[in-house]
Design a protein around this ligand. Structure first.
Ligand SMILES: [Ca+2]
Ligand SMILES: [Ca+2]
Length: 244
């Protein structure tokens, strides 16, 4: 197992090493302007897999994390890149701005956190595969909970079945999030809506939402929609608030 953590970083905190049970190696002081990288690590167990705390412009690449609470946490951390990683367990939380999550596989199904939870501004989630939230909560697979100008683009967001006991959406944009853009996502088989947008001023372009329990896309007034499509959803309207 490769497990490389830059020795000059204190604020990148890996959880307990899966094979040794020892805390991940992280010591020393981060240096202003230095970009730290965590590459090809496999981390399981612990409360989190990788945590960035007030730490900017780092790269987390090709890691596999599986932890019991938020496998990757970006907390007060900006401009970080999470690429080509498997984020199992309880997914990823982004509390910061200008972060990019690209090429992630996020199976979902954890029980303490959402698969993807985004706060802060101008974060991007793209080219990723996201599965179902924990069946026992009314959660979405991808939640934009706040912030301005976040982008969710070209992702596959697919639940395992329609039978969750709580209404669950594929992508949910909260009313307090401003200027969110959802582009080119494929969303299917969630128990409630494929995409549910509660924030006027959001922009939805070329998304596809099929075979969900209620609507393909549910949007409040003031949402801008272009080129979206929906079919096979339980509600014959297919989409509300945007044209499909
Ligand atoms: Ca909904
Ligand atoms: Ca609904």
């Amino acid at each position: 197992m490769l497990h490389r953590v830059d020795p000059n970083v204190q604020d990148v905190q890996p959880a307990a090493n899966s094979s040794t049970g020892q805390p991940g190696r992280a010591s020393g002081m981060s240096r202003p302007g230095r970009v730290n990288t965590v590459v090809d690590s496999q981390l399981s167990g612990g409360d989190w897999g990788l945590r960035l705390q007030q730490s900017n412009d780092n790269a987390l690449v090709r890691n596999t994390t599986n932890s019991s609470y938020e496998s990757i946490q970006l907390l007060g951390s900006n401009g970080n890149r999470v690429a080509d990683s498997v984020i199992d367990g309880d997914g990823i939380v982004v509390r910061g701005s200008g972060n990019a999550i690209v090429g992630a596989t996020i199976p979902g199904g954890g029980s303490l956190a959402r698969p993807v939870l985004i706060e802060g501004d101008a974060n991007v989630l793209r080219d990723s595969s996201i599965g179902a939230p924990f069946a026992g909560q009314p959660w979405a697979a991808v939640t934009v909970a706040g912030g301005a100008g976040n982008v969710v683009r070209d992702n596959d967001v697919v639940d395992v079945d329609l039978l969750a006991p709580f209404p669950q959406d594929g992508i949910f944009v909260a009313s307090v999030a401003t200027g969110t853009r959802l582009v080119g996502n494929f969303v299917s088989t969630f128990s409630d809506d494929g995409i549910d947008v509660e924030s006027p001023g959001s922009v939805l372009r070329f998304n596809t939402a099929n075979d969900n329990g209620d609507l393909g896309i549910e949007a409040v007034g003031g949402v801008v929609g272009v080129g979206n499509s929906a079919s096979g959803n339980g509600n014959p309207s297919q989409c509300v608030g945007v044209t499909c």
